[in-house]
Design a protein around this ligand. Structure first.
Ligand code: ADP
Length: 491
């Protein structure tokens, strides 16, 4: 029997450390010998027992890369009376140090629901109409970043490489510098970036660009996002970056790079092969009664284009009646950020649209759209991906969208499904052999689902083969190696 989803021979090569052009090769980041620790800082740190339970691209991409000797610092997930002044430390069996602090309830609401998710998130996803700004929220955002810096400071060693993640922690590098930290500091943004005409809508836009410039390396998912940030450097700081993305700031040189995040592809392949045999996969299979499965897996977020996706499915059933009773669409949309108003109204809107579609097209023994708002564990999820003839990943705007990569890795290469992918997902830069669509055009998305459902086996295999090679190439590990090689190369 053929070894299913084995990496092509050249992929084995690619898994080795390959430093970016112009960067000297260094030891692997998890080889402690003489290179200093890697200290990862993110808003939410899953404890060793929660690993894999916290949904979101960052947790998946970074968890795959934490290894022996590294430290992961951030919020514990607990809200208390006061924000902790010192971190609690847990050493995992794998030798990773988890250092976490609790955040005071009053700060959390303003820092997390207020500024991070009420202002920054919509803005960075081009949704200025949803942006809610107030100064007290921004002050809490700054206060929590300062608390992170103060609690992290005593844990740092002089040769640590500090790697800060995502939009909740934009000022952290600057706060660390204010406390005298001279280590190399990197920052990676997991969401898109916007041009100055959008960023300037935010009152502290210039302050945030200046705060980020305290880091040595600033990373983005795509070259377009990096370019957008550089335009803001000119607009906000009056500095003209060089063509290679470097610019001087306060006596140091900042490097702006792009490197796409990925998954541990081979681990996911194995998960999907095994998951096809789980009780959940068997129950799904039985419930489909031989029908094809169209699958969407997302956090319930307005960036994911869910109302538009439901409309497109409605268009499919209307315009291509041969698929009625022959397909089921399962949308898993795990609830998130339910304390933020725009997420509550999105949920109500989706409830209504599901009712509209099922009311219009259901038969007494067939319900076209199944919609659930609780998460599914990763094992079952991998099996669902593998069973799906169509993976629908149609965000209006998204950082990377790891679901697209997971869907590809989970397919049976001898009978793969088809990925329908929004051109506005970060993954669309790389995954060009998917059926790439504009998510706001319901007719275009419906036509792509139809095309995928009737596509020949040869074409499906050819597209999958090309996509799988790419998913094996830009893995989570490669993402970390590339970023850290750049960080280590800074003076
Ligand atoms: P984001 O970071 O915006 O949540 P990504 O697609 O990059 O989007 O990452 C999502 C991660 O969370 C993936 O690893 C995916 O498997 C997981 N995930 C997303 N939605 C769900 C869900 N409904 N149930 C379980 N896991 C989910």
């Amino acid at each position: 029997m053929v070894l299913v989803n084995a990496p092509p021979p050249e992929m084995k090569e690619a898994a080795q450390l390959e430093p970016p052009a112009g960067v000297p090769a260094g030891p692997l980041v998890w080889d402690e010998a003489g290179t200093g620790r890697v200290v990862i800082v993110s808003n939410r740190v899953p404890s060793p027992s929660e690993q894999g339970a916290v949904a979101g691209g960052l947790a998946v991409g970074v968890a795959d890369a934490t290894t022996k000797g590294s430290m992961w610092f951030g919020w514990s997930g607990r809200r208390g009376e006061e924000t902790s002044k010192e971190a609690s430390i847990v050493l995992s069996e794998a030798g990773v140090t988890f250092a976490t602090i609790d955040i005071a309830e009053r700060d959390y609401q303003r820092f997390y629901n207020g500024f991070s998710n009420g202002a920054l998130w919509p803005l960075l996803h081009y949704r200025t109409g949803l942006l809610r700004f107030n100064r007290a929220d921004y002050q809490a955002y700054r206060t929590v970043n300062r608390a992170f810096a103060r609690a992290l400071l005593p844990l740092l060693r002089p040769d640590d490489l500090i790697w800060i993640h995502d939009y909740q922690l934009m000022p952290l590098g600057m706060e660390l510098r204010a406390l005298g930290v001279e280590n190399r500091i990197g920052f990676f943004l997991h969401v898109p970036f916007v041009p100055p005409s959008f960023l300037q809508v935010l009152p502290p836009a210039d302050e945030l660009v200046a705060a980020l410039s305290a880091c040595d390396v600033i990373g983005f998912q795509t070259a377009a996002d990096a370019d957008m940030f550089l335009q803001n450097v000119t607009e906000s700081l009056g500095v003209q970056p060089q063509r290679d993305g470097r610019y001087p700031y306060h006596g140091r040189e900042v490097a702006v790079i792009s490197t796409p995040i990925g998954i541990d592809a081979m681990k996911f392949v194995k998960l999907a092969e095994r998951a096809a045999l789980t009780p959940e996969a068997a129950r799904l299979q039985e419930s489909l009664s031989g029908r094809k499965l169209v699958l969407g897996v997302d956090r319930l977020d307005y960036s994911k284009g869910l109302p538009q996706r439901f409309d497109a499915y409605g268009r499919l059933l209307y315009a291509y009646p041969q698929h009625r009773r022959a397909v089921n669409f399962l949308q898993i949309a795990a609830r998130s950020r339910q304390e933020v108003g725009s997420y509550q109204s999105l949920r109500r809107e989706l409830d209504r649209r599901v009712g509209d579609i099922n009311g219009e097209f259901s038969d007494f023994d067939w319900v076209p759209l199944r919609y659930m708002t609780h998460p599914v564990n990763r094992n079952a999820l991998a099996g669902f991906y593998r069973r799906a003839s169509i993976g629908l990943v149609t965000p209006l705007r998204d950082g990377m969208n790891l679901v697209a990569k997971e869907y590809i890795a989970a397919q049976d290469p001898e009978d793969p499904g088809v990925l329908v992918l929004s051109r506005f997902a970060g993954a669309a830069d790389e995954l060009t052999e998917a059926l790439v669509v504009n998510p706001v055009d319901a007719d275009e998305v419906a036509a792509a689902i139809h095309q995928g459902l009737v596509m020949s086996l040869d074409e499906r295999c050819a597209r999958h083969d090309a996509l799988f090679r790419k998913v094996c190439h830009t893995t989570a590990r490669r993402f970390c190696e590339t970023f850290l090689a750049h960080l280590r190369a800074q003076p």
